[in-house]
Structure formats: structure tokens, C-alpha cells
Design a protein around this ligand. Structure first.
Ligand code: ADP
Ligand code: MG
Length: 140
């Protein structure tokens, strides 16, 4: 058993449509435990830093604008192989390519407004968690 932690965001299209509970139910049904969670308004600087890896992509400006357009819910998830388990329940980036029953297939509006973020590796999960949570805010 490899118990891991991963970082998750319920994006502005989720808070705007009041579906954060529905998404959390899918996360929990996938065997993941929400061990930290808070609702924040992301600043432009936070969004630019968080998505710095995409800064040269044509959609970067649109992405930062979207992520700061409404509150988000940042989370730490814990469970067996949490990084991959979460990516599985999220589904493909573009909802048109997402598997049936995944969060993005069920809820995402477009490739940009795709409801959820999940870390893509254990290393990035640790970096992303540290950007939004201090150790005593995570209660496993
Ligand atoms: P993922 O969130 O599945 O890890 P990426 O890391 O490739 O996907 O992209 C980060 C985020 O950037 C996506 O979740 C989505 O919100 C946005 N994005 C990715 N590709 C596009 C695109 N072609 N057009 C608009 N937004 C995009
Ligand atoms: Mg990514």
C-alpha cells in the first residue's frame, strides 16, 4: 500500500455552478479522503505562479483569467496511489475525450473550464500543496 497525498482544485466553473459538493462526492467515491480544504479567491500572482509551466502556451492568459474569475476550492487528498487515483477520476483534460463517469465527463464545460485540477506527479503534488497549505492545516 502506498498512501500518497495529492493537490486538487475545484475550479471557478464549479464554484459558480454550486457543484462543489457533487464533485467532492465523486472524489470520495473514488476512495480519496479530503484531508484539507479551503475556499479562496486566487490572485493573479498565485495563478501565474501555479501555472508557470504553461506560461508560453497560447491559452496561458485565458487560463489565469479563468482561475481568478471566481472563488476556487483548494484541497489536499489522501489515499492509496492518490496522484493516479485522482487523475483517473478527473478524466482527460478535454471533456470530449474523458471517460464515462469521470468528473470532467460529467461536469466540465470545455477544455479550459474543466472543473478540476489534479497534480500530475508526487513531486509536483508536494510543491503545489506547499503553495496553498501550511502543515497544521492538513489533518489526515
Ligand atoms: P490537466 O489540468 O489535465 O493537467 P494541463 O496541465 O495540460 O491539463 O493544462 C492545465 C489547464 O490549462 C487545463 O486543466 C485547462 O484548464 C487549461 N488548458 C489546457 N489546454 C487548454 C486549451 N487547449 N485551451 C484552453 N485551456 C486549456
Ligand atoms: Mg496539468
Amino acid at each position: 500500500m502506498t498512501i500518497q497525498r495529492t493537490f486538487s482544485i475545484l475550479k471557478p466553473d464549479a464554484t459558480r455552478r454550486n457543484i462543489t459538493g457533487a464533485v467532492n462526492a465523486m472524489i470520495e467515491a473514488a476512495g480519496l479522503r479530503i484531508v484539507a480544504q479551503k475556499r479562496i479567491q486566487m490572485t493573479q500572482a498565485q495563478a501565474e505562479t501555479f501555472y508557470a509551466v504553461h506560461s508560453e502556451r497560447p491559452f496561458f492568459g485565458e487560463l489565469v483569467e479563468f482561475m481568478t474569475s471566481a472563488p476556487v476550492v483548494v484541497q489536499v487528498l489522501e489515499g492509496e496511489n492518490a496522484v493516479l487515483a485522482h487523475r483517473d477520476v478527473m478524466g482527460a483534460t478535454n471533456p470530449a475525450n474523458a471517460e464515462e463517469g469521470t468528473i470532467r465527463k460529467v461536469h466540465a464545460l470545455s477544455v479550459g473550464e474543466n472543473t478540476v485540477h489534479g497534480s500530475d506527479s508526487e513531486e509536483n503534488a508536494a510543491i503545489e500543496i506547499a503553495q496553498f497549505f501550511s502543515g497544521n492545516e492538513i489533518v489526515g
